[in-house]
Design a protein. Structure first.
Length: 89
């Protein structure tokens, strides 16, 4: 009888271990999916950061060009005003 109990207990233990292994595999699969999703989010974040850097650089360059252009226009307006203020002789 004792031999049967050991055999029965061994089967119960095997069943529990199998169930635990199955659950662990499911958790592992779920964690891998979460990892892939997180990696995609990080990849998208990095791409967005690169785009933001490019846009900032473009903005800085455009602002610089506009300031220079504004200064040129201002100088030209001043020239025209000086010329129109002087009497033509």
């Amino acid at each position: 009888m004792e031999e049967r109990d050991k055999y029965k207990n061994l089967h119960l233990l095997i069943d529990r271990v199998s169930a635990r292994l199955s659950k662990t595999e499911e958790e592992n699969s779920s964690l891998r999916a979460q990892l892939r999703a997180t990696q995609n989010v990080i990849r998208n974040y990095d791409q967005m950061q690169a785009s933001v850097r490019e846009l900032r650089e473009w903005k800085d360059a455009a602002t610089s060009v506009l300031k220079k252009l504004s200064q040129k226009v201002k100088r030209e307006i001043e020239k025209i005003e000086d010329q129109s203020a002087r009497p033509n002789i």
